[in-house]
Design a protein around this ligand. Structure first.
Ligand SMILES: [Zn+2]
Ligand SMILES: [Zn+2]
Length: 455
């Protein structure tokens, strides 16, 4: 099998892996990079040359996995796109929002090529999608050749899947982004108990050991205590969160804590628009699929308001009383509501900014975590140098599995080859070293961008 990682950088980047499986030309995911803009954020589609893609297998609806799907499908209209039923429900809202953000960035940042696709391209996608049920295989044919695809629950976010591809005598297992523990709103990954030839694995947390005694549930408790103490002290809390998945999980954590009287009952809670809109989709999915525990009555129960502030000066005026802001982006990317609220509350020691997910080191969220109280931090797009007074804290309740868990589950499949993707240098190195030690007969492929590997 030939593999080419079309992600241009050795990091999270824009997930997109080309695989030639028998006569089938397959893409695993079609993302955009959260750190880049314009054409630069796309995978290296030019490396496909004249290759005609037969199948696009979509693991889940985070933009680093689906952000370039309409772009490539406009150019590969014969391809069929396989994704879970839940992803099929969520995808249009995620992509439509992406078009709005690109339009805004075109005007504000002068990125002429934005939007990279139109709403009509998202609509056109619909006719190519084959929705998949978890655990139910689908056989696809091309001439005399056939391939079998099965999706498995991957935890992580609603609709997320790990994907098994079987062709003749060989099997390939693509992990996508995976979480084994149960979230409050979604049960954890359920991988098949079987042997596979090749595992293509995410490596996001490869460089993040979990300190002894630091479990996700301890960290959740610590977050609740931080929210309670900050509000009691007359401050506000900002929790930067991905609008899809993380935001709803945090709302559920708040809801559970209120039921147990661990949090004040009347503190105003603000959410950003996309996260609020997705609540509707999650409710629809929860009614139809097992394993999802999230209903839209939470908006009434928590009296959630949609946050509409853009100008940091206006935001300051708007914060009349201690409030909880659960806003995107999770990495505090410039010009997002989380970024703007951070700039408005960071100079007051009563406030707190609580990170609850992965932040790439080069994003404002990743950078801010390296600073301490009293340091100055530049909000670049506002040209505002802020003195950090608010409490900045990080809570390890990641939506990605711990590296040891992923490794253990990979080894359970006794693969002949393991392919490392979707992680930074140190993260891949950890997996490489562990695999060499624990499974010396396994071949390990650490994919370089755009290089063809025969696996
Ligand atoms: Zn993801
Ligand atoms: Zn990802």
């Amino acid at each position: 099998m030939q593999l080419i990682d079309l992600n241009k950088t050795r990091d999270i980047g824009s997930s997109c892996l080309f695989a030639k499986v028998g006569s089938f030309n397959v893409l695993f995911d079609c993302g955009t990079s959260p750190k880049r803009v314009g054409y630069d954020a796309l995978p290296a589609f030019d490396k496909l040359g004249t290759t005609v893609i037969d199948l696009v297998l979509v693991s889940h609806c985070h933009l680093d996995h689906v952000g370039s799907l309409p772009y490539i499908m406009k150019r590969q209209q014969q391809a069929r796109v396989l994704m879970t039923q839940a992803s099929h429900v969520i995808l249009p809202r995620i992509l439509n929002n992406c078009v709005s953000v690109m339009q805004l960035q075109r005007d504000e940042l002068g990125i002429k090529e934005y939007p990279l696709y139109a709403l009509s391209d998202i609509e056109a996608l619909e006719q190519h999608i084959l929705p998949m049920q978890f655990g139910k295989s689908r056989i696809l044919r091309k001439g005399d050749d056939e391939i079998t695809i099965t999706f498995f629950e991957a935890g992580h976010v609603i609709g997320a899947s790990s994907i098994l591809v079987e062709h003749k005598h060989r099997s390939i297992f693509y992990t996508g982004d995976v979480l084994f523990r149960d979230l409050k709103i979604l049960r954890g990954a359920k991988w098949p108990a079987r042997k596979v030839d090749t595992v293509i694995t995410e490596t996001t947390r490869g460089s993040t050991p979990r300190p002894k005694g630091c479990s996700a549930s301890n960290e959740t408790e610590r977050l609740v205590v931080t929210i309670r103490d900050t509000i009691n002290g007359g401050g506000s809390v900002l929790i930067p969160a991905f609008a899809f998945g993380r935001m709803q999980e945090i709302l559920k954590i708040i809801s559970c804590a209120r039921k147990e009287n661990k949090l004040q009952q009347t503190t105003p809670i603000f959410c950003s628009g996309l996260g609020y809109g997705l609540i509707e989709d999650f409710d629809f999915i929860a009614k139809k699929l097992s394993g999802v525990n999230f209903r839209k009555k939470i908006t009434k129960e928590l009296k959630i308001k949609i946050f509409r502030g853009n100008n940091p000066k206006d935001i300051k005026k708007q914060i009349q009383e201690p409030s909880i802001f659960v806003l995107s982006s999770g990495m505090l990317v410039e010009n997002t509501s989380a970024y703007n609220v951070a700039s408005a509350i960071i100079d007051d020691h009563k406030n707190a900014i609580c990170f609850v997910g992965f932040c790439d080191e080069s994003t404002p969220g990743g950078e801010l975590q390296k600073y301490s109280t009293g340091d100055s931090f530049l909000f670049k797009t506002q040209n505002y140098m802020a003195k950090i007074a608010a409490k900045i804290d990080k809570f390890d309740i990641s939506g990605h599995a711990d590296r040891e868990e992923i490794l253990k589950n990979i080894l359970n499949m006794s693969p002949r080859a393991v392919v490392l993707v979707h992680g930074e240098e140190n993260s891949r190195n950890w997996f490489m070293d562990e695999l060499i030690e624990l499974s010396p007969n396994t071949q390990i492929f650490d994919m370089n961008p755009c290089e063809a590997f025969l696996v």
